[in-house]
Design a protein around this ligand. Structure first.
Ligand code: GUN
Ligand code: FE
Length: 444
């Protein structure tokens, strides 16, 4: 593979969680990996121009593929969607008069049953991967389907279209009248077969993730068996936790011997430093202590938490308790598959919390950007691979351009790069994301 060099403005969060803004940087990429990041010592507000790139020419080789960003462009790390349901994309925007448990029964489970039809799965999943890539999602952590065949189809689509993805075959063995469940034996056998099918796809970008749906869908035996598989194969794990008060009460009733929702998963062995738990809205202090001890992350899903009236998750409290926090669109609990939209939900929810509490510092747009990039990478324990532009990581990046046709953002006057970045976070959209790269491959 030829060496690629990206020259222009660069913005990311560094390993100390500081916002890094380089007006004139050069990122050298070889075989998908960042091998060096340089910055022009004579940084100017004007962006790259000919004499500025002089300093670089001594480092460039003749056969380098050089990509020079325009003055209105900057590069940022690709977005990480730490929790979304590929099967639920057709229901986007539907059913929000309900709360979680009724919404699942009335809208979600009936849709999910349709994925027994692999043609339907092919159609939907092709669109899911294409659309999320368009929004700048370079890593997605997917709940796929109860059905292993459909789940493998999603994995193939991600591999083909070049998105980095965790794909979970959903496990549910709690008996249901409508038959939307499976026996313990089938659940385990299909999970093992699914993992093998992903190995056969052979994409370094696509990995299986163990996915018990939530404690109301699985009994202790199944959850323990799944935890064993995860341990044996060193796999990630994802599930839902403490999203809605009725759900929590039902979990307490189903597992009367366990002191909390978190304790149920802990007893099953599901809480590891490669586990991500969606929501975590109503966790007690004692539960946070367990999550911290296990190194387990919470994926904050503020759009879903507000549309389904689940609650306002206090991210500052999670952070103060040393819990890793990523960001998830939770489609179709959330009504958008854009992580940019989700960042705005982070900010609105945090602002609302600050209105009702004393001494509450609302999260900043930089905090939201952290959660969408490095924070998500840390939550998924893939910060050695992605999340920012440190040398040694893979080049998962977005080129943002504020000067595109029909953009909400205009150029009536000049702004600093930091101001333009802020404007993008609050008011940009996918039209401003002009290129998407995963591991150095351009996928948009
Ligand atoms: N809890 C169990 N299943 C689901 C789901 O599909 N969406 C959400 N938001 N919560 C869940
Ligand atoms: Fe979810």
């Amino acid at each position: 593979m030829v060496r690629q060099v990206y020259i222009g403005a660069l913005i990311c969060i560094d390993d100390n969680e500081e916002l890094i803004i380089k007006e004139n940087a050069a990122v050298f990429v070889e075989d998908g990996k960042i091998i060096r990041v340089m910055e022009n010592p004579q940084t100017s507000q004007q962006g790259i121009d000919d004499d500025i790139s002089d300093f670089l020419t001594i480092f460039l080789a003749d056969d380098d593929e050089v990509n020079i960003l325009s003055r209105e462009q900057f590069m940022i790390p690709g977005f990480i969607d730490g929790h979304t349901h590929a099967v639920q994309f057709p229901n986007l925007g539907l059913g929000y008069s309900k709360c979680l448990l009724e919404w699942l029964e009335n809208y979600t489970f009936p849709l999910e049953r349709e994925y027994i039809d692999t043609k339907f799965a092919e159609q939907v999943f092709e669109a899911v991967v294409k659309q999320t890539v368009k929004m700048g999602t370079t890593t997605a952590c997917y709940f796929a389907s109860l059905y292993a065949e459909a789940s493998t189809i999603l994995a193939r689509k991600a591999a083909k279209l070049g998105q980095r993805a965790f794909i979970g075959k959903v496990n549910m063995n709690a008996p249901r009248d409508d038959g939307y469940c499976e026996s313990t034996e089938k659940s385990i056998n299909e999970t093992v077969a699914f993992i093998k099918s992903i190995e056969r796809i052979g994409s370094p970008l696509v990995r299986p993730i163990i996915t018990p749906r939530f404690a109301l869908s699985c009994d202790m035996e199944l959850m323990q068996e799944l935890a064993k598989i995860a341990k044996e194969k060193d796999l990630h794990i994802q599930t839902h936790i403490s999203e809605n008060k009725d759900e929590i009460a039902a979990v307490e009733a189903a597992f009367p011997n366990q002191p909390s929702y978190t304790a149920v998963y802990d007893a099953a062995g599901l809480l590891t430093n490669k586990t991500v738990l969606a929501h975590g809205v109503h966790l007690a202090d004692s539960e946070l202590a367990i999550l911290k001890e296990r190194g387990t992350a919470v994926i904050h899903c503020p759009s879903s938490n507000t549309y389904l009236k689940s609650g306002l998750c206090d991210v500052q409290r999670l952070k103060a308790n040393s819990i890793k926090v990523g960001l998830g669109t939770d489609v179709s609990g959330g009504a958008s598959y854009s992580i940019l939209d989700e960042m705005r939900s982070v900010l609105r929810v945090s602002n609302c919390l600050s209105l009702t509490r004393d001494n509450y510092t609302p999260l900043s747009y930089k905090d939201a950007f952290y959660m969408a990039t490095l924070g998500g990478a840390r939550a998924l324990s893939i910060e050695d691979k992605v999340g920012n532009f440190m040398a040694g990581k893979e080049f998962d990046a977005l080129i943002v351009d504020l000067n595109v046709k029909d953009s909400l953002l205009n150029n009536f006057r000049k702004y600093t790069l930091e101001e333009n970045f802020q404007r993008f976070i609050y008011s940009g959209d996918e039209r401003n994301i002009v290129s998407v790269y995963v591991s150095g491959r351009k996928i948009k």
